[in-house]
Design a protein around this ligand. Sequence first.
Ligand code: NOJ
Ligand code: CA
Length: 551
Amino acid sequence: MIKDLWYKNAVIYSVHVGTYMDSNADGIGDFEGLARRLDYLHGLGITCIWLGPFQKSPRRDDGYDISDFYQVDPCFGTLGDFVEFTNQAEQRGIRVMIDLVVNHTSDQHPWFQEARKDPDSKYRDFYVWSDKKPENADEGMVFPGVQKTTWTRDPVAGQYYFHRFYEFQPDLNTENPLVLAEIRKIMGFWLELGVCGFRMDAMPFVISTKGPQPRHRLRYEMLREFREFLQWRRGDAIILAEANVEPKNNQHYFGEDGDRLQMMFNFWVNQRVFHALATADTRPLVKALEQTRDRPANAQWAHFLRNHDELDLGRLSEDQRQAVFDDMGPDKDMQLYDRGIRRRLGPMLRGDWRRLEMAYSLLFTLPGTPVIRYGDELGMGDDLTLPERNCARTPMQWSTEPLAGFTRSNKPVLPVIEQGPYSFHKINAADQRRDASSLLNWTERIIRMRKEVPEIGWGDFKVLDTGYTGVLAIRYDWRNNAVVTIHNLGSESTEIQLRVGDEKGRHLVNLLTQDHSEANGRGVHTIVMEPYGYHWYRVGGLGYLLECSNE
Ligand code: NOJ
Ligand code: CA
């Protein structure tokens, strides 16, 4: 049984167990610590946790280099601790989704170790080999500037192996049915332990043919097979794909009839949200919303602002990208891989609370399901002295206690931010709990409101004309109910004239403040938008529950 397509109206919180809460004073966050913080998360109101990789791993890519798919890395606890955690999450109505990293393994994985040693081993064909260095070996690196090649010679095998990512992450040969059987087994295993689905890492690369030949094909049929397997085992389990692709390909991932993936991250919109925040020109964002409008009724977009990686701006035009760099990451060391910004959201928006709230309010009102990242509910900052993406992965700042209350060890797995405006002395959960006007309490309120506005997750949207490119107004309709959300991305106060549509649209009831709006005789609302202001209105009145139809 499908439990009501829960993912259509969820609030997802992404967290990495290692930097969240350390319970045993070894400096590394663990499942016991995370479980103890479930009440905090429950209070915040999130409905689903997306957990970064925690399986056994040499951790050379923050756990995205797995050496045993069936073990919790001992530094985070045991399988027992994991099951305790998922159970306690379930008690609070919180689902747990985990990363499924099967495009590649660690080079320390026993499969790779076997494969390199023995050409006759069944594991040899688990990976992708070539006798000679392929001509295109210097193309297609995901981490340009850090990663030099996609083919590296293994002295033990005497052959080159393919790696889309770092050289210690050999790609799995997903054309091999034995590899696909292993992937199913891994999914089945974690489903039994209580997870509700998978954030599937590097999806386009998983389904691509691989090898030294220059041309490759995407085997989309695989997606339906994954989904079917998942649903045989657990009806409400889903796949959320990491696939940064062009809109014309979305249909292939969701499936024409909604028979492939339930969810995808909307990278296309994400990049244009940042462009809009940087320039106060919402036109490219509106276009992106239109371009990604079409999806099967049972599929859903996951929208986000920042995640654990760099903000990838690779799908913007050069001018657009430069505009985002200029505003949010002007220095070279704020940028990464020739295409993105590696900072956290707080510093990117210069710690301007009004702008942060507006950006989050915008995220929560995009057509889809919002995904937030741990620490962003506090406005946490980054540490640019750390390499690559680690700068935005510092430990959660719980309190003003030493090491932010994250650990009692003086050797945290990554440094805690101790200095400057983003230090834990200034930004931490305990202080913000006590302050009714804090970002944390604001986030709790906005999540609560978002859950009461299912139109955004389920409904159809229409962008309304505001007369200003810096002000975005969206109307959502679902089951005879409608809401309108308006965001001013600019720093200037503006008065807009807005037509909402039907007769009911004459009354707009503000959901966040007392500032309601009545249209004039011609059906036009005059609404003042403060700098970075935002409004959420219910159209007509608050009696929406009474009018809910039973379709
Ligand atoms: C995407 C993940 O988000 C990133 O952190 C990781 O480095 C690569 N995939 C490789 O697994
Ligand atoms: Ca620990």
